[in-house]
Design a protein around this ligand. Structure first.
Ligand code: COA
Length: 260
């Protein structure tokens, strides 16, 4: 599946979705957002895909943010609708049911960083900088940045990024826990693929349910979160894959999961 601003390729159960608008540093206009949504819907339905890597085309950028030209044209009422539409696209990524890694190969600013925050894991090119510069344009993050960033790195650090609007280096992003791996740009694909393969060794239903437990559980009380975990543990215990995983261990062989 290839669209005007998206390429989709799947090999060895890893689907790579590339935002492909390099002349505008992969900035997100409404069409790009709709095509990202379509690509993730495709990945969800693609039986060959176990993990998704999301990245940007070209050497310079992952995604340099929402399209500023389009924002400047926006009607007075359009802002809320745009934010709602973008948030829905990002929620579909977060709730895909398959692990998603943002491979941040270059600039990730504003909506670009917010896109990466909706992914489950992030890897980052050592040479790049990332940030939420919206307040410098007198707007605020509108694709979940004010909500997901503090949940990932804590309120104090998130407010520093959001209020200064200044980018941070890869070292700082790593020390904040904002990204899972940092590697030189030339090695980023290899490092990210290694991470994807480590995930792919595991049961697909277990991956989906563990992610759901973490995401839903972190939005509620410990008591309710433990109930969610318990319910999902009950469901996973009823699957063929769970029997297969346990039997394969006892029989000293590699499991062959079927996703049911
Ligand atoms: N929206 C629309 N177009 C964008 C864009 C964005 N967010 N970011 C970059 N572009 C476009 C530039 O306008 C330029 O287009 P042009 O060649 O038609 O003039 C092209 O991408 C290349 O960008 P340029 O600024 O020339 O590259 P650079 O290497 O000098 O700078 C950045 C790179 C990322 C530092 C700079 O482009 C930038 O600050 N972008 C905006 C980042 C931002 O504020 N994002 C949040 C938006 S809410």
């Amino acid at each position: 599946m290839n669209l005007e601003f998206i390429t989709y390729a799947c090999a060895d159960r890893i689907a790579t979705i590339t935002v492909n608008r390099p002349d505008k540093l992969n900035a997100l206009n409404d069409v790009v957002m709709a095509q990202i949504d379509a690509a993730f819907a495709h990945a969800k339905a693609d039986a060959d895909c176990g993990v998704v890597i999301l990245t940007g085309a070209g050497e310079k950028a992952f995604v340099a943010g929402a399209d500023i030209g389009e924002l400047a044209q926006q009607t007075v009422r359009g802002g809320k609708e745009k934010s709602l539409r973008g948030q829905a696209v990002l929620a579909n990524i977060e709730n895909l049911g398959k692990p998603v890694i943002a491979m941040i190969n270059g600039y990730a600013f504003g909506g670009g960083l917010e896109l990466a925050l909706a992914c489950h894991l992030r890897t980052l090119a050592a040479e790049t900088r990332i940030g939420l510069p919206e307040v410098g344009l007198s707007i605020i993050p509108g694709y979940g940045g004010t909500q997901r960033l503090p949940r990932i790195i804590g309120r104090g650090r998130a407010l520093e990024l959001i209020l200064t609007g200044k980018p941070i280096t890869a070292d700082i992003a790593l020390s904040f826990g904002l990204v899972n791996r940092v590697a030189p740009a030339a090695e980023l694909t290899e490092v990210t693929t290694k991470l994807a393969k480590a995930i792919l060794d595991n049961g697909p239903l277990a991956l989906a349910m563990a992610t759901e437990a973490v995401l839903r559980g972190s939005e509620t009380t410990l008591e309710e979160g433990l109930r969610i975990e318990c319910d999902l543990f009950g469901i996973i215990s009823s699957t063929e894959d769970m029997r297969e995983g346990l039997n394969a261990f006892l029989e000293k062989r590699k499991p062959a999961y079927k996703g049911r």
